[in-house]
Design a protein around this ligand. Structure first.
Ligand SMILES: Nc1ncnc2c1ncn2[C@@H]1O[C@H](COP(=O)(O)OP(=O)(O)O)[C@@H](O)[C@H]1O
Ligand SMILES: [Mg+2]
Length: 248
C-alpha cells in the first residue's frame, strides 16, 4: 500500500464510528443572469439537478460555462435570478442571510483551485481555520488537526507556512480545512487546476475516499474529463445549460 492508501485505511477505521450524513442538494429550474452595462450574460439557464446525500457529482464544462456560478448559488453566496435551490428539502430562498451564513459555516466545506491558504498562518492553523472561526481554543483543535495531518501524510508539516509547502501539500491542507468541521457538503472548484496530474490524482483519491466514508455530498467542478471521472455522476454544462448527464 502507498502512504496515501495507508492513511486512508486508517482514516476509514477511525471515522466509521462517527458517520455523518451528506446534504441533499436540489436545483429546480435555476437561472442566473448578470447585467453589465447594457449587456446581459446568461451564466446559468434552467438548470435542474438532484444530488443525493453522499453522492459525488462532477460538473464538467469549458471556461465560462457557468460552473463557478453553480457553486456560488448552491453556497448561497449569490442568489438565482429564477428558480430555487433546496438544501435537505428546504428552499434557501426562504432563509435569512444569517441563517445562510450559519449553514455555510457549519455544513459546507470549500476546496479551491488556488488553495486559498492564509500565508501568515501555519499549515495547522490553516487546516483548523473553521474551528478557529468558531472560537475553539487551541487545546481543542490541535489534537484534531494533528490527527488529520497524519491521515493526509503531513504530520511533520504542521508548523510550516504555505510558502514552504508544495502545491499538492497545500491542497491536502486545504482538504483538511474543508472537512475538519464535519460539513455535510463539499464544494470544490477546479481543485486540481493548479496541480500536475499525478499530484492531482493523489488529491482526488484522498478526497473521494474520505468523503465516501463520511458520506459527505461533493459537488466538484472541472474542465478536465480525467478529473470528472472521479464523480459517481457527471453533468456537462455548456453556455449555462446542462448538455449531458450520466451515472457512472
Ligand atoms: N459576477 C459576474 N458578473 C458578470 N458576469 C459574470 C459574473 N460571474 C460570472 N459571470 C459570467 O457568467 C458566465 C459563467 O461564468 P462562470 O460561472 O465563472 O464560468 P466557469 O466557472 O465555468 O468558468 C461567464 O460568461 C462569466 O463571464
Ligand atoms: Mg470557474
Amino acid at each position: 500500500m502507498t502512504i496515501v492508501e495507508t492513511a486512508v485505511t486508517r482514516l476509514r477505521e477511525s471515522i466509521k464510528a462517527n458517520q455523518t450524513r451528506g446534504c441533499e442538494v436540489r436545483l429546480d429550474q435555476v437561472s442566473k443572469q448578470y447585467t453589465q452595462g447594457k449587456e446581459t450574460v446568461v451564466a446559468l439557464a434552467e438548470v435542474s439537478l438532484d444530488v443525493k446525500a453522499g453522492e459525488f457529482l462532477a460538473v464538467m464544462g469549458a471556461s465560462g460555462s457557468g460552473k463557478s456560478t453553480l457553486l456560488n448559488l448552491v453556497a448561497g453566496l449569490d442568489k438565482p435570478s429564477q428558480g430555487d435551490i433546496f438544501l435537505n428539502d428546504q428552499a434557501i430562498s426562504g432563509w435569512k442571510d444569517n441563517q445562510l451564513t450559519l449553514f455555510r459555516r457549519r455544513e459546507i466545506g470549500f476546496v479551491f483551485q488556488f488553495f486559498n491558504l492564509i500565508p501568515t498562518l501555519t499549515a495547522e492553523e490553516n487546516a483548523a481555520l473553521p474551528l478557529l472561526m468558531a472560537s475553539q481554543p487551541r487545546s481543542v483543535w490541535q489534537p484534531q488537526v494533528s490527527d488529520w495531518l497524519e491521515r493526509v501524510g503531513l504530520k511533520s508539516h504542521g508548523k510550516h507556512y504555505p510558502a514552504e509547502l508544495s502545491g499538492g501539500q497545500m491542497q491536502r491542507i486545504a482538504i483538511v480545512r474543508g472537512l475538519i468541521h464535519q460539513p455535510s457538503l463539499i464544494l470544490a472548484d477546479e481543485p486540481t487546476g493548479n496541480l500536475d496530474s499525478k499530484t492531482g490524482d493523489q488529491m482526488l483519491f484522498i478526497l473521494k475516499e474520505i468523503t465516501e466514508d463520511l458520506r459527505v455530498t461533493v459537488i466538484m467542478v472541472t474542465h478536465d474529463p480525467m478529473v470528472a471521472a472521479y464523480g459517481h455522476t457527471l453533468i456537462t454544462l455548456k453556455d449555462g445549460r446542462i448538455l449531458d448527464s450520466a451515472a457512472r
